[in-house]
Design a binder for this molecule. Structure first.
Ligand SMILES: NC(=O)c1ccc[n+]([C@@H]2O[C@H](COP(=O)([O-])OP(=O)(O)OC[C@H]3O[C@@H](n4cnc5c(N)ncnc54)[C@H](O)[C@@H]3O)[C@@H](O)[C@H]2O)c1
Ligand SMILES: O=c1ccn([C@@H]2O[C@H](COP(=O)(O)OP(=O)(O)O[C@H]3O[C@H](CO)[C@@H](O)[C@H](O)[C@H]3O)[C@@H](O)[C@H]2O)c(=O)[nH]1
Length: 447
């Protein structure tokens, strides 16, 4: 089937490559010519494990192309909308301008299809009510189209496998049964390998599909802030949050996933999605239903304050002139994404307090060099550690988790470490002579 994917960032580029791998004829459209040039040459424009071979295969076989030329939308039966919906400056709400310009591009460039209405499939994360508004706008413009809202749940770092084999797919369908059947049938055809694999597929109305996405992210964010609030209690009482998480996680009503305490959540999704959800609830007159998300957000932001204060405390009260080795700048490992990254925020705040920050990251360094030319970025953990007064592990890249405390000790000026992701063995680091501090963890406890 001929498909277009509008917006080829972290979501859209992976989606386009996976749809070509499913056997479709795919064109990826983006307004950023630098991104498009790279993708068109089969080169990922960001770090994502497993993406490169898929891109190359699609581009080489001719089933996948990328362009900035909007007329390339002509002839496609399905148009996926995968443009960004970032937080709007000065507000919690989502900036929907990219979505509306994608819709305008469809109106101006899509052509009628001989097999039936074109199908516009929304994948961007949007405020509830958007799908219906898009369907109305297309109808007003006289476009014969069915809108299906199909939220995306992929995680960066696992984006390819999450797209090819998601936990579930959700189709938000129009109330008109006949139109809904057209949408369902066409999207089933696009996702044939997913449907044939028996992956759960839920058919719901538009608002349910839109809410499923933000509800899922709100739940995940709440889980993380819950365990981080427990970390605060652990710090105050001498308990260990990692053991606490392990113990409560054995109860499968709670589950052990997403209970990793640390410097909190960041990225291009959870922070802005919970804020946009609160803003939308306000518009709908039910803001009190989501007041808990305000607390989730503030617990999360407090983690960054705590990490900076702990650094100052360990350095003897002042950060001026203290050499801090920062390991990790991206919002999570296996991604080069530094959008709302707690690690980058903390590194910037340390720098702002006069610390001599020397930071490193396996994938995010280039992005940070562009955004924060004031930060001193080096190419390896060893270089960052050399002569450091304090080490802060802020992103749990495998190479940092595997660091040998004895070898690391030989590089630093003073063996002090803050494990911002609770991924190191406190005893091994203490035994190697380090002053180890985790997030809600004890280093010297017997149990
Ligand atoms: N990143 C993720 O892991 C993820 C997962 C699920 C859902 N989402 C949602 O998907 C959407 C996209 O997120 P992302 O992380 O890929 O963002 P991104 O910023 O990486 O990509 C968005 C892309 O859209 C392009 N764009 C903007 N306007 C355009 C237009 N009119 N025509 C064509 N291209 C246009 C931009 O140039 C950019 O390349 C957001 O709503 C996000 O919340 C993201
Ligand atoms: O126990 C945990 C788990 C995660 N994090 C942090 O939470 C953030 C988000 O992590 P993750 O959810 O793995 O990353 P994303 O790739 O942003 O994925 C989320 O956001 C996407 C965009 O909406 C959704 O599609 C995914 O389902 C959802 O997990 C990162 O900063 C992590 O370090 C923690 O601090 N503790």
């Amino acid at each position: 089937m001929k498909i277009s994917v509008i917006g080829c960032g972290y979501l859209g580029a992976v989606h386009a490559a996976c749809m070509a791998d499913f056997g479709h004829d795919v064109v990826g459209l983006d307004v950023d010519p630098v991104k498009v040039d790279k993708l068109a040459a089969g080169i990922p424009s960001f770090h994502e494990p497993g993406l490169e071979p898929l891109l190359r295969q699609g581009v080489d076989s001719g089933s996948l192309r990328f362009t900035t030329d909007k007329t390339a939308l002509a002839g496609a039966r399905v148009h996926f909308i995968a443009v960004g919906t970032p937080q709007r400056g000065g507000s919690y709400a989502a900036d929907m301008s990219y979505v509306w310009s994608a819709v305008d591009d469809i109106i101006a460039n899509a052509t009628p299809h001989p097999d039936g209405p074109i199908v516009v499939v929304g994948k961007s994360t949007v405020p509830v009510g958007t799908a219906g508004a898009i369907a109305e706008r297309l109808a007003e413009a006289g476009v014969d189209a069915v809108v299906v809202w199909n939220p995306e749940f992929l995680r960066e770092g696992y984006a390819v496998q999450d797209t090819q084999r998601p936990d579930r797919v959700v189709y938000g369908l129009p109330d008109d049964r006949e139109q809904g059947e057209v949408g369902r049938t066409v999207v089933d055809e696009v996702y044939a390998p997913i449907i044939e694999a028996g992956i759960p597929r839920l058919l719901v109305n538009y608002p349910t599909a839109e809410l499923v996405k933000v509800a899922a992210n709100s739940f995940l964010a709440t889980k993380i802030s819950f365990i981080n609030s427990m970390a605060e209690l652990c710090d105050a009482s001498g308990a260990d949050v990692s053991r606490l998480a392990e113990a409560i996680g054995h109860d499968d009503r709670i589950g052990s996933k997403f209970l990793q305490a640390g410097i909190g959540f960041g990225g291009g999704c959870l922070p802005k999605d919970i804020r946009a959800f609160m803003a939308r609830a306000g518009e709908l007159g039910v803001d009190q239903s989501l007041t808990f998300l305000r607390e989730v957000d503030s617990i999360n932001m407090r983690r960054r304050d705590h990490a900076v204060e702990l650094a100052a405390q360990m350095a003897g009260g002042r950060l001026v002139g203290v050499k801090v080795a920062v390991l990790g700048l991206t919002f999570k490992p296996d991604s080069d994404d530094v959008r709302d990254s707690p690690a980058l925020d903390i590194a910037g705040r340390l720098w702002g307090r006069g610390a001599n920050v020397v930071a490193t990251d396996p994938a995010g360094a280039d992005a940070v060099r562009g955004l924060r030319p004031d930060l001193h970025i080096v190419d390896s953990a060893e270089e960052a550690l050399a002569g450091a007064d304090l080490v802060m592990l802020l992103t749990a890249w495998k190479d940092y988790v595997k660091l040998d405390p004895t070898a690391a000790r030989s590089l630093v000026a003073t063996p002090r470490i803050i494990d911002g992701r609770n991924v190191l063995d406190p005893r091994a680091w203490a035994d190697a002579g380090w002053d180890y501090r985790g997030m809600g963890r004890r280093s010297g406890a017997v149990w």
